[in-house]
Write a protein that binds this ligand. Structure first.
Ligand code: NAD
Ligand code: GLY
Length: 366
C-alpha cells in the first residue's frame, strides 16, 4: 500500500500472528496506526540513553491512549546482555504488568532484540511493538521475530522467536543517525540483493549515491523492498529450518569478528559487510562465483563505505569462533554462500583448508 502522505505498508503473512510493517515519515506520531494491533492496557516503552532524548516523548505521546511506563537503558552492543535483559523483566514485574501488557522497543537492533526477548519471556510472552530508529533495524532486525542477547562465548546465544504485533518504521528518525551507523544498515540492504534479488542489486548499485545522501524516496524504497524480501522468507520459514538461514549471508564470519573484536568495536553491519566479502571469496574459490561477480560484490560494499576485509585475527581463532554459530548441526559448520549474485545456498561442504585460506587472505594487515 502507498498513500499520498508517504505512508507505505506491507504485511508479514504468518496466519493469526500476521502483522503490519508501516514505513514512512512522521510515523512515531501516528498512534492511530496501532489501534488494530495493540491490546489495551499497559505499555513499557524501552529505549536507550541516546535515542530517548530524541524520540521518547514523541513515541510516548503517540501511545497516549495507553498507560505508558518508560525504561531507559545504557546504549551499546556491550549492554545486550542477560544483566540488561533482567532490568527489563524487573521493570515489567515491578511495574505490575500482566499478560495483556506490551513492550514497545524504541531504538536500533540492540534495543529491539533485548526488549523483544524480555517480551518473549515475561509471563511466557506479552505483546511486542517494534519502533525501529536505525536503518539496520528498519530493514532487518525489527522484522521476523528473532530476539536475543549476547553471551561472551557467542553472539545472540540466548534468545527466542517472538513476532511483534506491528513494526512502525519512522524514516524521519534516520536524519539523526550517525553516518557510520547508517552505512552499517546498508550492509543488510545489500545482503538482500546478494542472496535473493539480482534486480534489487542492480537498483542498489545505481541508487547508492542517493542512498548515501539519505534521499527520502530511495531510502523508503530500499526499506520497503528489504522488508518485502524478509517478510516473504520469514513467512515461508519462520523458525529457520531451511530457507531463512539465507538471511545470514556473511553472518557466520561477521558474528565471529564481533565476538573476537569485543562487542561494539565492529558494528554488526560492518562485520556482516566483511563477512559477505569472505562468503563471496569462498564461493569464488569453490568455482561458483566468477571473478567479475566477486569484484562486483567488493565494489558495491566498498562504495557503501563498508569494510571489505576482516581485522587481522588468526584464521584458526576465527574458525573456532565461527564454530559457535547457530547454524552448526552435528558439529559441522554450515555457511551461506553464493551460487550467483541473487542466488544464495547453504552448504556444509567447504573444505577446512579452503576456508582457512580465505580467513587468512581476506583480512586487514595487522
Ligand atoms: P544499535 O541498536 O546499537 O544502534 C546503533 C547506534 O545508533 C546506537 O548507539 C543507538 O543508540 C544509536 N541510534 C539509534 N537510533 C538512532 C537515531 N535515530 N538517531 C541517532 N542515534 C540513534 O545497532 P543496530 O545496528 O541498529 O542493530 C545491531 C543489532 O541488531 C545487533 O545486536 C544485531 O545482532 C542485531 N540484529 C538483529 C537481527 C534480528 O533479526 N533480530 C537482524 C540484524 C541485526
Ligand atoms: N537477520 C537474520 C534473520 O532474521 O533471520
Amino acid at each position: 500500500m502507498n498513500t499520498p502522505d508517504g505512508l507505505r505498508s506491507l504485511r508479514v503473512g504468518l496466519g493469526e500472528r500476521a502483522y503490519p510493517i508501516f514505513v514512512g515519515p512522521g510515523l512515531l506520531r501516528r498512534g492511530d496506526l496501532l489501534a488494530d494491533c495493540l491490546p489495551g492496557g499497559d505499555v513499557l516503552l524501552v529505549s536507550n540513553e541516546t535515542v530517548a532524548p530524541l524520540y521518547l516523548e514523541t513515541a510516548a505521546s503517540a501511545l497516549a491512549g495507553y498507560r505508558v511506563q518508560t525504561l531507559v537503558l545504557p546504549d551499546g552492543e556491550a549492554h545486550k546482555t542477560l544483566e540488561t535483559f533482567a532490568r527489563v523483566i524487573d521493570a515489567l514485574a515491578r511495574g505490575g504488568f500482566h499478560r495483556d501488557g506490551c513492550v514497545a522497543a524504541l531504538g536500533g537492533g540492540v534495543i529491539g532484540d533485548l526488549a523483544g526477548f524480555a517480551a518473549a519471556c515475561y509471563q511466557r510472552g506479552v505483546a511486542l511493538l517494534q519502533l525501529p530508529t536505525t536503518l539496520l533495524a528498519q530493514v532487518d532486525s525489527s522484522v521476523g521475530g528473532k530476539t536475543a542477547v549476547n553471551h561472551p562465548v557467542g553472539k545472540n546465544l540466548v534468545g527466542a522467536f517472538h513476532q511483534p504485533v506491528a513494526v512502525l518504521a519512522d524514516t524521519d528518525t534516520l536524519a539523526t543517525l550517525p553516518p557510520r551507523e547508517y552505512r552499517a544498515g546498508l550492509a543488510e540492504v545489500i545482503k538482500y540483493g546478494l542472496i535473493l534479488d539480482a534486480g534489487f542489486l542492480d537498483w542498489l548499485e545505481c541508487s547508492l549515491p542517493a542512498l548515501l545522501e539519505r534521499d527520502a524516496g530511495p531510502v523508503a524504497e530500499a526499506i520497503v523492498r528489504s522488508c518485502e524480501i524478509k517478510a516473504r522468507v520469514v513467512a515461508e520459514d519462520e523458525h529457520e529450518h531451511g530457507r531463512r538461514a539465507l538471511l545470514n549471508l556473511g553472518h557466520t564470519f561477521g558474528h565471529a569478528i564481533e565476538a573476537l573484536a569485543g562487542y561494539g568495536e565492529w558494528l554488526h553491519g560492518e562485520a556482516v559487510a566483511a563477512g559477505m566479502v569472505m562468503a563471496a571469496e569462498t564461493s569464488h574459490r569453490l568455482g561458483w562465483l566468477d571473478a567479475a561477480a566477486l569484484a562486483r560484490v567488493r565494489r558495491i560494499i566498498a562504495a557503501a563505505g563498508l569494510p571489505v576485509a576482516a581485522p587481522g585475527f588468526a584464521p584458526e581463532a576465527m574458525l573456532s569462533a565461527m564454530g559457535m554459530d547457530k547454524k552448526v548441526i552435528g558439529g559441522r559448520l554450515r555457511l551461506v554462500l553464493l551460487e550467483a549474485l541473487g542466488r544464495a545456498v547453504i552448504t556444509a561442504d567447504v573444505p577446512r583448508d579452503l576456508l582457512l585460506s580465505v580467513l587468512s587472505d581476506v583480512r586487514q594487515a595487522s
